[in-house]
Write a protein that binds this ligand. Structure first.
Ligand SMILES: [Zn+2]
Length: 412
């Protein structure tokens, strides 16, 4: 019996025949074959849709055990790996054309690629460590596998392991189970669009800073961020308070979960400057988004921050959450000088690695649920960005949590 299927069947619950036929060798080959399919070159020149949307109804298994989560997670990572490789093979001119930009910052693009590879390899390694399943995916020798434990410390090693991984997938033929073909087609276009989203940000960095890369190692940002251990997700809500805040807070409290609310001064003033924040946020963590919603790229734009920081922190201290001060710059734009300035105020920059895109008109709460499901599986831990001026988080989160019930996911 193939390891892939054994992994699925080794969950706490007995393997359900309705989920997968554990003894069906042909099915096992099909599943293995899927991994081989993933490195086939794509025509990366066609610009994908601007907003990556996935259809989780096409994934044929549930996600409600640690093993089912890990299996689905590895599958997502392998599809994204294919698109990272495709971008790696593009020239600067091809990249610019694909991203619709006049120029691209190749240093940032390479830096992002390298960080994302380390991140994905590390994610997959934790899965393979856990189940001894490396050989189910590649023919990597035990020596090479052991080297994988040092990927964070060696760029060359990461590049070599990555290349080896891609080559392994390309060498062999492809047999794809019908069970996974619809999911694969959808995931393939999802990660083409997601690569576009991410590489566009990387190509613009640092001219336009964003969550994609750090400007200072003290920040919580970027693909390299190792803040959280496996399956731990922090939910964050920007731009509020708004009329939607009570529903979002209630959804979190009803599920026994917490979130971090990054408060914007004009929103607070509009909501009511004398608002009892303890009552409004009911035990949630409060943090700072700014005094105006503008890019903090010049020192004169952040001089009035300390007073607002003091107001919110003073209120925060009266609550049960005596948190350190977290700051989220509007649009994720900041400079190293701002990070130092905030540091002097006792505030740490917290960005995000998983963007719900909830502010976009073009995404419904249900579509956002599916997008987040894919990205949670891909990233395996991180900080999720929502906006507290939108109703979508409150609508989507209960069902999202339910999808991962039993998978060992920790929400905060
Ligand atoms: Zn904002």
């Amino acid at each position: 019996m193939s390891r892939v299927i054994r992994i699925i069947c080794r969950g706490e619950r007995p393997c359900s025949p309705a989920l997968i036929q554990c003894g069906n060798i042909a099915a096992l080959r099909f599943v293995i074959g899927l991994f081989l399919l993933l490195a086939i070159a794509i025509s990366a020149n066609a610009a994908p849709a601007q907003l990556a949307k996935s259809d989780r109804s096409l994934w044929p298994l549930p996600l409600n055990t640690p093993n089912l989560f890990d299996f689905a997670s590895t599958m997502e990572a392998l599809v994204y790996a294919k698109h990272i490789n495709a971008v790696d093979n593009m020239s600067e001119a091809e990249l610019a054309a694909w991203l619709g930009l006049k120029s691209v910052d190749m240093n940032s693009v390479h830096r992002f690629s390298a960080e994302m590879k380390v991140r994905l390899l590390r994610n997959m390694r934790s899965f393979w460590d856990l189940y001894g399943g490396w050989n189910a995916f590649t023919a990597l020798s035990i020596e090479q596998y052991n080297l994988l434990h040092n990927i964070e410390t060696s760029d060359i090693l990461t590049a070599n392991i990555w290349k080896y991984f891609a080559a392994q997938s390309m060498e062999q033929g492809v047999i794809l189970s019908e069970q996974y073909t619809a999911w694969y087609a959808n995931a393939d276009s999802f990660y083409a669009a997601y690569a576009y989203e991410q590489y566009r940000l990387a190509a613009l960095f640092p001219k336009i800073t964003s969550e994609i890369l750090e400007v200072n190692p003290s920040e919580f940002a970027g693909a390299a961020n190792n803040l959280l251990s496996g399956k731990h997700f922090i939910m964050t809500f920007d731009d509020g308070p708004s009329k939607h805040t009570p529903a979002t807070v209630a959804a979190l409290n009803n599920a026994g979960k917490t979130g971090i609310f990054f408060i914007l001064k004009p929103s607070l003033q509009a909501y009511g400057a004398d608002t009892d924040l303890n009552k409004l946020y009911m035990g949630m963590t409060r943090a700072i988004h700014g005094t105006k919603h503008e890019a903090l790229t010049k020192p004169e734009r952040w001089q009035d921050l300390p007073e607002f920081i003091k107001t919110i922190r003073a209120v925060t201290r009266r609550g049960s959450y005596a948190t350190p001060c977290y700051f989220r710059p509007p649009y994720g734009q900041r400079t190293p000088e701002l990070v130092d300035f905030l540091d002097a105020q006792g505030c740490r920059v917290m960005l995000w690695n998983i963007d719900s895109q909830d502010w976009q008109k073009d995404i419904t709460a249900a579509e956002m649920q599916d997008r987040l499901t894919s990205l949670i599986l891909l990233w395996r831990s991180g900080i999720i960005l929502f906006h507290d001026v939108q109703p979508k988080a409150a609508q989507a989160l209960p069902e999202l949590w339910k999808r991962f019930d039993g998978a060992g996911v920790k929400w905060e």
